[in-house]
Structures are given as C-alpha cells and as structure tokens.
Design a protein around this ligand. Structure first.
Ligand code: GAL
Length: 637
C-alpha cells in the first residue's frame, strides 16, 4: 500500500469563498484526504425536519473536484439544541446523578431509544444523499465514543435498558442472584424491576453487578454504532470507520471494530504525555515536546488489531493542543516523526487535526496547520515534508510481529471495579509489558482474546487477563511460550474467584495462595535483580520456580510453553523476563537505548528517535526527532 496524508476541515466555520482556495492549498501541500461534517448537525438541520444540505453538497463538490477524497462524518456526537426539546431525558447522567447538560458536545446517553432513532434517521438521510457520491471515499460514524467520560450513564434510559440486558443474559432472577452471589449482604432481588444501577450506594456495590453494568455499557456503544452502520451499509460501498482515542478503555473497541472496515484513532502525543501517562518527572521533562516514545506506537499496534489490519490516524497533533494541563509546542521534526512512525506501524493514512486554527469556541488555543488568519503554522511545512518523504518511500507493507500481547477491555473494567491496590491498573500493566518488549527492539502485535490461536506467535504475553475460560488451550496452540500473570485467571465472568483457584491452569501447577498490594516506593526484590511493585502474589505448586523472591516463593513459575508471573514487574524485572523468554523461544533481541525505537515493515527496519539529541546506534547516526527507513537485510527474521 501507499500511505497517504489528510486533514480535518470544517467548511461550516469559514466563508464559502475560502473553500476552493483551501482545497487547492491542501492538495498543493500533498494531502489526499479531508474529513468533514462530524459536528455540523445544527447546519444540516437547523430546526427539526428542515434539511439544509445545499452547503454540504457544495463543500463536497469543491473539495472533491480539487482532487481530495472526502471522509464524511455523521454528526451524532453533537445533537443540536432542539433535540433536547424533543427528548429532555436524552442526556447522560453522571455517577452522582447529575445530567450532563447541553453546551459542549457528546451530550447524549447511548441507551436513549429516541436519540438512537434520530441518529439512524440522519445517517439514513446522509447515506441516501451521499452514499454514491464519487467524492465520498469513507464515512466516519460519530466522533470519539467515550470522550469526556461518556460511556457510562446512570440515566433512566440506561436503567431500563440494563434491566432488559440482564433478563437477556440471566433469564431468571434466581439465576442472576446465584450468578452474582447476592446472598452476600442480603442483596437478593425478587424481580428484575427492583434492580438499580450501581451508583450512589452506601459503600461499594457488588463487583458482579458493576462488571455486568460495564459489559452492558460497552454493548450499548456497540449497538449505537451498529445502528448507523446498518443504515449506511446498503447505501454506500465506501468503508465505514470510527476515530477512537488514546487510553480510553470503557468499551470493547474490538467489538465496535468488528462492524466497521477501518479503525482510526486520534493521536495527541504531547497532550497524552502530560495528561494520561504515569511517568517520573525526568521522563516527562525529557520528552515534554516529543511525547512518550511508546505511547503512540502502543495505540498504532492496538488499533491495527481493532481494524483487523486496516487502520489510520484520523487526527494527528500538528502543534500545541488546548486541553492538557500544559501545552508545549512539538520540537521541530516531531510532526513529521509522528506521521512516519504511524506509517512504519502500518497506517494507511495520517490526517492532521485541523486545517486552520479556529479563532472562536472552545478550541481557539488549539493549533492547526494554518494560523487562524490563514498563514502557515509550523506544522504545515512538516506535513509537506512528510508528503515528499512518503512519495519517495512508495509502497510500505506491514510485517507480522513474532510477539503478541493479548489485550482485553473487560479486564480493565474488572480491575477498575476492584483495584485492591491504588497502583494496579490494567493499562499501566500492559503498557509496562509493551515498553519492555520495545526496549528489547521487538515489533509487537496485539490480539483480542477471541482471536488468540488464529495466528501463531513465538511469544504471547497476557498480563492481567481477568478471565481465562478456554484461553489456556488456545494460547498453547497460538504460541511457543505464553506468559500469564500477574492477576490472570483471577475471576470468572461474574466476578467470583474460580473454583479451580487462581490462576486455575490445567497445564501448570502454580497456585496463588496470597495477594498483597503495595504503596508507591515499596517493592519486593527478586533474587538476581528486579522487583515486583504494586501487586505481589505468593505462589505455590510443583511447576518450576524460574525466579524467586527473597522469601523463596516464586516470582516466575513455569513449565514448557507456559509461565506465570507473580507480580507487577518493574523495568529491570520485565527486562529479565523478556530475556529469559527470548532464550527459551530463540527470539533475537535488539536492545534499544532510551528514546530510540524500532519497528519492522516487510521491507524496512524503521528507527525512530524521540530524543531531542542525535544518537548513534550500531554505527548509524540518527538525528534528533528523526525517522530512518532502512532496507531490511533479507536474512533478518
Ligand atoms: C479530539 C476530537 C476533536 C478535537 C481534538 C482536539 O479529541 O475528536 O474534535 O476536539 O480532540 O485535540
């Protein structure tokens, strides 16, 4: 494939007289795609039923005839104000019981049937009007599900839908009481009508109920998305997509992705470093204007799996954003680096957010490729340079990695429901594993739990995987070595300790006898180097002890093909475990210095230097904030 560039554009924000000039300028910059429409409902339908699409017809025609491929968004993330007059109860309700009011965006509850019907109506109208328009080359449904904490809603609509979901899942109230063990604290129900949502309880609600509510809430997002997919599918052959976010795990992206053709995500590296990543101050300072060297790659690899191989960056940070606690500018070269890094991970398209900075509204401090007055912002020259680089690069074919991580959204919901220790967080654990693999120079794939076993890997890591079920068998088919733990196989679907114990593996005699969680700064040393922090399990069993804690209990226990890790490893422990696994599976490691990362495509080894200074690696000089694609040695595996 030949990767391309694009940009997000809001024709409704600018005089129509500017559109043609903007389109020409986009093409001249080397952009091939433009995304429009995703927030424009109040202009498409200013009052109920008054459809005003002429301006959008002209915008599409202007952009398309300039040579741009258009991604058209359904505007359902921003219901117009009149929608609330129609459905005053359509707002999501927060855990404190307050409605989340009109005046910004995403002011809807996924479970409100009236609003869902309005969304399918507008999707149907748009599909009918533009489904066969030759300029419409893709459709984005809604915008950033879950953004601004909007997946969970404690509204009346959610309550009604939750009860229906429970009836479907459990059939009878007795079955549900048993499944949740509601005998505890006399929580037994006599009928489904008595069940409430798990908020505003005196102390913590039953974790079984919370996990059920989290599964339900995820299913509501899947159904909401699918309702629009079902309208658009018969009306267009263009691919359907959604733009996901960084470190938002509130719904199962794999399930939403299964109904779509392409996964895209919105990458804001500098914003993410300051607002959603645990790291020490030295790290945050070193990468303040570049972003974390693994955070973008993690999501590229994850969304490649969500898109079943097809994925884009729908919004790429082009300069300072407006929403993080502090918003420094990218160092020169970083906008190009982020774009080419995405390509190295298999992106078909990278699109900048946004074309021109808005001089109004909530995001007037957010950079675009152009200033609010239309002059070039620093990101523009880098976008142009990237377009030239891509033209010179030609075809890029992604390569399958030898190592995979099982990623499971429901595990995050489970551990957020009962963290047990403040430092234990599913994303944090999986990200620490990912970082370790990347420090070892490995390319990484993600697999959903349902796809484990379909592709064979040398090594699979499944840290923190809450429920195992039949995964053990599929893992043994799917790789030479699987490493589980900590906290894998720790609960059933209904949040009970499994009858077979934890982790309850058939193929490995390893049993969790005791669990401790530790505050920051306290860790359990492992003989020979490294520590477990946040979470430590005391193991027994006859499987071999491969690494031990100072008290003699195993830190890593395993037999052929299956290992279990008894704590949340720090960097040194992860590095040891990966080195041992590499030895076991004949995996070649390629240790990388801090800030330098590596990803293989079929033809290239790509070196990505996030450092603000040049590095020399294996005799190869790499500039600060630079990316090198070098031809792979054909013997390299
Ligand atoms: C994304 C969103 C865009 C814009 C952008 C600002 O989360 O999809 O509409 O708000 O952030 O960085």
């Amino acid at each position: 494939m030949k990767p391309e560039l694009g940009v997000c554009y809001y024709p409704e924000h600018w005089p129509e007289a500017n559109w043609a000039k903007d389109a020409e300028h986009m093409v001249e910059t080397g952009l091939a795609w433009v995304r429009i429409g995703e927030f424009a409902w109040s202009r498409m339908e200013p009052t109920p039923g008054d459809l005003q699409f002429d301006w959008l017809d002209r915008a599409i025609e202007t952009l398309g005839s300039a040579g741009l491929k258009v991604v058209l968004g359904t505007p359902t993330a921003t219901p117009p104000r009149w929608m609330l007059d129609r459905f005053p109860d359509m707002l999501a309700v927060d855990a404190e019981g307050h409605p989340r009011k009109f005046g910004s965006r995403r002011h809807y509850c996924f479970s409100h049937p009236g609003y869902v019907a309005e969304c399918t109506r507008i999707a149907q109208i748009m599909g009918t009007r533009y489904g066969r328009n030759p300029h419409i080359s893709a459709w984005q449904i809604d915008n950033e599900y879950g953004c601004h904490d909007t997946t969970l809603s404690y509204s009346d609509a959610a309550l009604t839908a939750f009860r229906g979901w429970l009836i479907e899942r459990y059939g009878s109230i007795d079955a549900m009481n048993t499944a949740w063990s509601n005998v505890f604290w006399s929580m037994e129900y006599n009928s489904f009508d008595q069940i409430g949502l798990p908020n505003l309880t005196v102390t913590e609600p039953n974790p079984a109920q919370v996990l059920a509510f989290r599964r339900f809430s995820s299913d509501q997002v899947v159904a909401f998305n699918k309702a629009q997919v079902d309208e658009l599918r018969p009306l267009t052959d263009a691919p359907l997509l959604h733009n996901y976010m960084g470190r938002v795990l509130d719904f199962d992206h794999f399930e939403v992705g299964d109904d779509l053709d392409i996964a895209t995500w919105d990458s804001y590296p500098i914003g993410f470093l300051s607002d959603r990543l645990e790291a020490d101050e030295a790290h945050k300072t070193a990468f303040l204007q570049q972003g974390d060297p693994d955070m973008q790659a993690f999501h590229h690899d994850l969304y490649r799996a969500v898109g079943r191989g097809r994925w884009w960056v729908m919004e790429q940070q082009p300069g300072p954003v407006n929403w993080a606690p502090y918003n420094p500018a990218p160092l020169p070269g970083m906008v190009r680096l982020w774009s080419l890094e995405a390509v190295a991970h298999g992106a078909e398209m990278v699109s900048y957010f946004r074309w021109r900075q808005a001089p109004f509204g909530q995001e007037q401090m957010h950079a675009g490729l152009l200033t609010p007055h239309g002059d070039d912002a620093p990101g523009l020259a880098e976008a142009r340079q990237t377009a030239d680089d891509l033209a010179a690069l030609g075809e890029v074919q992604p390569a399958r990695a030898q190592v995979a991580i099982v990623f499971d959204y429901a595990s995050d919901w489970a551990w957020a429901t009962q963290p047990q220790g403040a430092g234990f967080d599913y994303f944090r654990l999986v990200f620490s594993a990912y970082r370790a693999l990347r420090r070892a120079g490995l390319s990484v794939d993600f697999v959903s739990r349902t796809k484990v076993g379909e592709t064979h890997y040398n090594l699979i890591l499944a840290p923190g995987l809450a429920v195992l079920d039949d995964l053990e068998q599929r893992l043994s088919r799917g790789c030479n070595l699987a490493i589980l733990g900590p906290r894998s196989g720790a609960i059933t679907e209904d949040f009970l300790i499994p009858e077979a114990g934890r982790p309850g593996l058939d193929g490995l005699s390893a049993h969790v006898d005791l669990i401790e969680t530790l505050p920051p700064g306290v860790a359990r040393a492992v003989d020979g180097g490294g520590h477990a922090e946040h979470w430590v399990e005391r193991l027994s069993g006859s499987a071999q002890s491969l690494l031990s804690f100072a008290d003699g209990t195993p830190a890593l226990q395993g037999d052929e093909g299956l290992w279990y890790l008894a704590g949340f490893p720090d960097e040194a422990l992860w590095d040891r475990v990966i080195a041992m696994a590499a030895l076991e599976t004949s995996l070649a490691l390629c240790p990388m210095p801090a800030g330098l990362r590596r990803r293989e495509t079929q033809a290239h080894e790509v070196l990505i230097n996030y450092n603000a200074f040049p590095v020399v690696w294996n005799g190869l000089p790499i500039d600060a904030c630079d990316v090198l694609f070098r031809k792979r040695n054909p013997d390299q595996s």
